[in-house]
Design a protein around this ligand. Structure first.
Ligand SMILES: [Zn+2]
Length: 458
């Protein structure tokens, strides 16, 4: 009798399920955009739309994945350190979040709180960090779908010694193989890689790109990507029948990916997908759980230089840093963006556009030869549009006159000092040399600028 019951149940479930469909809904690079503009719907609308879509398609058939760079990138998110973004994922019942490089910007304590608070699985097989898994198997519509997460492997090119902060990153290939060993035992019907990375190789970062990965690993059927802010829908990689998807950036829409299985053989027959744009709308129309707090935007200055030059902005950074660290002999700093405020009434939002990152002050002890090498490299850095200018606090000729091998403390932007994504290898090597005794301070450059501007341009 019991056996007959199970058999019947099996039959019925087979009968009611439609022919082998599973859906993946993907967002990526939402960058803390909890506000909306005329052109951009923002994360709340996009995440809410994806949640509604998941309910319409059937939660038992749908996996919701965010591929990272979620927490950081807006003034609101800078103030609440990405908390509202995790609230949104939870409200929409996301299954997977893969941290992107910018999700490490608030440091390990904040990241670990966000991971604990997220009700889905935080996945990154190449990251050793508490409560982060390598992969998870989802039972959807009777199929076993494995999702392996992977953060961007080049963290050390953007952050100063990430391992000291507790972020241990391994290469993608090694981490993938290790995760695969375990997950194959669980006999998945499809393997999906969710990675915070674009398709193409980067010489600067010594990255061979995802085409090479796809040729090596045709067992992965779908790669969900991010990081490069492109919109990519179902692009075949490496001629290997591995399909890449990337849902653009900044909250314009999401991707709906459909996996079609053969009901008898359980083989994945077809992968297809579409980008679903989300139109900007008033957030008051969203359910309460999807309505984040608005940022406060106080005025900081009434006499800010209108349309300041790059040099002028870089100099402000330099002066703001020296004010907090008066013992340094000079500062290397550039303008961080191409934004130039065209008003003398500078508010906090303008400042965020001047300084939209969580960069901190790094202090390193360098000698004359290194100082010259840094200047030489920066001279050639014009092409990157992020040249570091030098602002002396003392006459460096006098400083090194008697003994050029002596080391003195100089201040740097932590991102530039970490190589700025492979752009400044000479600077990175100088900073990494133990003799420099480099220290990443707690000084957040945005905060130093806020204090400085309020005082000087009030
Ligand atoms: Zn990224």
């Amino acid at each position: 009798m019991f056996r007959a019951f199970i058999y019947l149940l099996f039959l019925f479930s087979g009968f009611f399920l439609s022919a082998g469909e599973v859906f993946i809904l993907q967002t990526t690079d939402l960058h803390g955009i909890v506000h909306n503009t005329k052109n951009i719907a923002g994360a709340p609308s996009v995440i809410y739309s994806a949640a509604k879509d998941a309910t319409r398609l059937g939660r038992d058939k749908t996996i919701l994945v965010d591929c990272g760079d979620l927490l950081q990138g807006s003034l609101e998110s800078a103030d609440n350190k990405g908390e509202d973004m995790i609230n949104l994922l939870n409200a929409a019942r996301y299954d997977v979040w893969v941290p992107g490089n910018h999700d490490f910007e608030f440091g390990s304590k904040v990241l670990s709180e966000r991971i604990k608070f997220f009700r889905g699985a935080t996945l990154a097989a190449n990251l050793h960090f508490p409560n982060v898994g390598s992969y998870r198997i989802f039972q959807k519509n009777g199929y076993r779908i494995a999702v392996i997460g992977m953060t961007n492997p080049h963290l050390h090119q953007w952050f100063f010694h990430p391992e000291e902060e507790g972020f241990h990153i391994l290469p993608v290939e090694i981490s993938y193989r290790r995760a695969l060993q375990f997950l194959l035992r669980e006999k998945p019907d499809a393997i999906i890689l969710a990675i915070h990375s674009g398709i193409y190789p980067s010489k600067r970062l010594d990255d061979r790109g995802l085409n090479v990965f796809a040729r090596r690993h045709p067992e992965v059927k779908i790669i969900l990507g991010g990081h490069t802010h492109e919109k990519v829908v179902c692009k075949e990689l490496g001629g290997a029948k591995v399909y890449y998807f990337q849902a653009g950036a900044h909250g314009g829409g999401y991707l709906r990916i459909r996996l079609n299985f053969d009901d008898n053989t359980r083989k994945l027959l077809e992968v297809s997908g579409e980008y679903v744009p989300v139109a900007p709308k008033d957030h008051s129309e969203l359910p309460k759980a999807f309505r984040p707090q608005k940022a406060e935007v106080p005025l900081l200055a009434r006499n800010f230089p209108v349309n300041p030059s790059r040099e002028k902005l870089a100099e402000m950074f330099g002066k703001a840093i020296v004010k907090a660290h008066p013992h340094v002999k000079g500062v290397f700093h550039g303008a961080l963006t191409t934004y130039r405020p065209r008003t003398k009434f500078l508010n906090r939002l303008h400042l965020f556009r001047i300084c939209p990152f969580e960069n901190r002050v790094l202090i390193a002890n360098i000698n004359l030869q290194e100082w010259n090498a840094i200047l030489k490299e920066q001279k050639e850095a014009e092409k990157y549009g992020m040249k570091q200018l030098f602002f002396p606090e003392v006459d460096v000729k006098v400083l090194w006159a008697s003994s050029p091998h002596d080391r003195f403390p100089f201040a740097f932007n932590s991102y530039a000092a970490s190589g700025a994504g492979g752009r400044f290898p000479v600077l990175k090597a100088i900073i990494d040399n133990p003799a420099a005794r480099a220290v990443l301070t707690r000084s957040r450059i945005f905060d130093l600028m806020e204090t400085y501007i309020k005082e000087v341009y009030k």
